[in-house]
Design a protein around this ligand. Structure first.
Ligand SMILES: Cc1cc2nc3c(=O)[nH]c(=O)nc-3n(C[C@H](O)[C@H](O)[C@H](O)COP(=O)(O)OP(=O)(O)OC[C@H]3O[C@@H](n4cnc5c(N)ncnc54)[C@H](O)[C@@H]3O)c2cc1C
Length: 355
């Protein structure tokens, strides 16, 4: 049965350990409870915040003036598939990394490079979770959701999800409550081709080669730990929301502007990371821009700081407020804008605050 409470401190439910109280808090352990809690709040005209693992959230110090529904419905079901493809339907409240670990041990390929990412399954389509050359848009075949506008359960296929880099139809849109996600995985002991150069180097293979699922998972976890990107109570650098800024994707005009600013600042021969996008634009590295704008790892502002292991993570080692975190984020964003003319955009979802 769903558990209701009032004035629950959200800091205890976010990986940043930040955020004030929720007026109402519902622990929904089944799909029926989840839908009922959202319907009830909608009927009462109350704002709703759907909460998974709280690993991609920046919540206001003032808290949330409505109902927070914590998604806890669990279950993993193998359904049909063609050839060596297996369809796996996973309820939104399953924790993501244990699911990945299970896929690896069951010989199911497609999510092994997404090892170590915190949070729950229901959030993976929201920002098209990705890392080390994989993202969930490659394996998601459908998402079942409660549509708050239609007041009905609907199924969105991959096209309807409109996945792009760290984005989908679900991000910045509170219309859908994800109930379960179906992934198409390949039944094999071998990983998908290793696409990410740093991971390939760590594995001692060339990009495009395959390794065992376990080797891929172990190498990803090792790389992530080295960057404070695996949740670890003993590592204050992991008290973050992961990458705080997305990698900017630049038009040719913006790219020319960045080339000019890089040459002015770092000399005519200076190079910067650039990755072509299918639509002709160019992705660059937010971490590189932040570093070259003069923000070193460990840069602190009051009680918050840039991770000592990774330039892209803003951390609360303890005792900070959301206002402190936003002040640091604004300082970094303004520094990059002044140095390179590029506007960084936050990756985590802001609740009751704006950058
Ligand atoms: C140390 C660390 C490392 C990270 N590394 C990565 C990484 O490599 N790649 C990456 O992509 N992300 C990364 N993240 C970000 C984060 O883990 C992912 O975005 C994750 O999917 C968020 O899941 P969650 O359950 O914690 O979502 P929450 O933070 O609880 O919610 C995030 C958003 O999704 C919405 N939401 C959650 N569940 C549902 C649902 N069932 N239905 C509708 N909306 C929902 C929320 O309302 C909110 O808008 C990292 C975070 C941390 C702390």
């Amino acid at each position: 049965m769903a558990v209701f409470a009032e004035e629950v401190n959200l800091a205890g439910y976010t990986t940043l350990r930040l955020g004030g109280p929720a007026r109402r808090f519902v622990e929904a352990t089944t799909e029926a409870e989840l839908v009922a809690a959202v319907r009830k709040a909608d009927d009462a005209g109350e704002p709703v915040l759907v909460l998974g693992g709280g690993s991609n959230l920046v919540v206001a110090d003032a808290g949330f003036p409505g109902t927070v529904v914590h998604v806890g419905a669990r279950g993993v079901e193998r359904t049909a598939g063609d050839g060596d493809t297996v369809l796996v339907r996973v309820r939104a409240g399953e924790d993501w990394d244990p699911f990945v670990a299970r896929c690896v041990s069951d010989g199911l390929a497609g999510v092994e490079c997404l090892s170590g990412i915190p949070g729950r399954v229901g959030a993976t389509p929201i920002q098209n979770v990705g890392a080390y050359g994989q993202d969930v848009s490659e394996t998601i075949v459908e998402v079942r959701a409660y549509d708050r506008r239609a007041r009905a359960c609907v199924t969105l296929d991959r096209d309807a999800c409109r996945f792009t880099y760290r984005h989908s139809v679900f991000k910045g849109n509170d219309r859908y409550v994800v109930l379960d996600v179906t992934y198409a995985l390949r039944e094999t002991e071998e990983s998908q081709p290793i696409a990410y150069a740093e991971l390939a180097r760590r594995l001692g293979v060339r990009p495009g080669e395959r390794v065992s699922l376990k080797e891929a998972r172990d190498a990803v976890l090792e790389l992530r730990r080295g960057k404070g990107m695996v949740l670890d109570a003993a590592d204050p650098d992991s008290r973050s929301a992961g990458s705080f800024f997305t990698n900017p994707i630049l038009t040719s005009e913006q790219l020319a502007g960045l080339e000019r600013r890089v040459a002015e600042r770092l000399g005519p021969d200076a190079a910067f990371p650039r990755y072509p996008e299918p639509d002709g634009r160019t992705k660059t590295s937010a971490a590189w821009l932040i570093d070259k704008a003069g923000f070193a790892k460990g840069h602190a502002r009051g009680p918050v700081r840039i991770s000592t292991k990774h330039t892209l993570a803003l951390t609360n080692p303890g005792g900070a407020s959301t206002a402190d975190l936003l002040a640091l984020a604004r300082e970094v964003r303004a520094g990059v804008r002044d140095a390179f003319g590029v506007e960084l955009v936050n990756e985590p979802v802001m609740v009751g605050v704006a950058l």
